[in-house]
Design a binder for this molecule. Structure first.
Ligand code: PLP
Length: 358
């Protein structure tokens, strides 16, 4: 298989895909695929429960939290968070560190008062505003931030301290990449298609005391309480994505869990940034302390070479290195399933390209 640096839907572990392939037509001798099975079948319910238990053990999620397996992507969470947590006349605080924060802010603005408590737009999102500069409102309903901005490649090196205010995090592109203390958060959400599994599944981890706050006008499907009360089976859940996420969680446990992944991820990222910083040909604009372990954007000294770079990379089996359409340049997404050998191969390719064209 090629090395896939796509930002999402992203690479999945080959072992996981191989297992899914073996089970595709005939799940454990039952004569049908997981995709063709009722979500209420005992066999699927066991798969679903095991996936949740494995996630709970990987992330250290206590019984104080509900884990929801939803649909609609992280983009739907941009709306569900304020619909469920922002009461009449209340204010929510948002930190603006990039394109995904901005989308969350824009969407939340439909539902109530939003205070942008800090922004790094003036540095073109190359920094994380230090917490002592945040202008939090007096009594916010929650504080929302995006720990890892997938497009800009900016990642917080700290978990904000907001006291008793619920902290809400869009962890789409950082979840499971390093250990985090879930108890610091009110809500964590993530689209699955980066570090969890196939697109179509959205994970929400919510502290149980935050359930039941949605107004009567909030549709049942967009109310966290509905899904918590029904084990995420109020309606038909994305069964195949849920199953595959479960296989990814088992794979992660076999790799030694999130702490081990973090060591590898840090090493992968440091190698790539180190190479970029030492070259006169490639560059990355993000302040060192806030560089993402998962998404590494970089530009070539001469943008006229971009096309050639991408086409030669493709031929070398290094796929999907094109940067997001809003920023251009390149981006190597190096999620959990991207092996260290992929990063080594990419660096060797980049060094050779620079030698020939620099
Ligand atoms: N938030 C972040 C940080 C993302 O990277 C993405 C997608 O790439 C989204 C939100 C949007 O996710 P979805 O496409 O699942 O709605």
């Amino acid at each position: 298989r090629a090395y896939n640096f796509c930002a999402g839907p992203a690479a999945l572990p080959t072992d996981v895909l191989e297992q899914a392939r073996q089970e595709m037509l005939d799940y454990q001798g039952m004569g049908l695929s997981i995709m063709e099975m009722s979500h209420r079948d005992k066999v699927f319910v066991e798969i679903a429960e095991k996936a949740e238990q494995d996630l709970r053990s990987l992330m250290g999620i206590s019984d104080d939290y509900a884990v929801l397996f939803l649909q609609g992507g992280a983009s739907t969470q941009f709306a569900m968070v304020p619909m469920n947590l922002l009461g009449e006349g209340e204010t929510a605080d948002y930190i603006n560190t990039g394109q995904w924060s901005k989308k969350a802010i824009k969407e939340a603005g439909r539902y109530g008062n939003i205070n942008v408590a800090a922004s790094s737009e003036d540095t073109n999102f190359s920094t994380v505003p230090p917490q002592d500069s945040w202008q939090l409102s007096a009594n916010p309903a929650y504080v929302h931030y995006c720990p890892n901005e997938t497009i800009g490649g900016l990642e917080y090196s700290f978990v904000p301290d907001v006291g008793d205010t619920p902290l809400v995090a869009d962890m789409s592109s950082t979840i499971l990449s390093r250990p985090i203390d879930v108890n610091r958060f009110g809500v964590i959400y993530a689209g699955a298609q980066k570090n969890i599994g196939p697109a179509g599944l959205t994970l929400v981890i919510i502290r149980k005391d935050l359930l039941g706050k949605a107004g009567a006008h909030v549709p049942a499907m967009l109310n966290y309480q509905t899904h918590a009360d029904n084990g995420s089976m109020f309606n038909t859940p994305p069964t195949f994505s849920w199953y595959l996420a479960g296989l990814v969680f088992q794979w992660l446990k076999k790799q030694g869990g999130v702490a081990n992944m973090a060591e590898t991820n840090q090493r992968k990222a440091e190698k790539l940034y180190g190479f970029i910083d030492n070259s006169g040909f490639y560059s990355n604009p993000v302040e060192k302390i806030s560089r993402s372990w998962m998404n590494v954007p970089f530009v070539l000294a001469d943008a006229n070479l971009d096309k050639q770079f991408l086409s030669e990379a493709d031929q070398a089996g290094l796929l999907n290195l094109k940067g997001h359409r809003s920023v251009g340049g390149m981006r190597a997404s190096i999620y959990n399933a991207v092996p260290e050998a992929a990063v080594d191969t990419l660096i060797a390719f980049m060094a050779d390209f620079e030698k020939r064209n620099g």
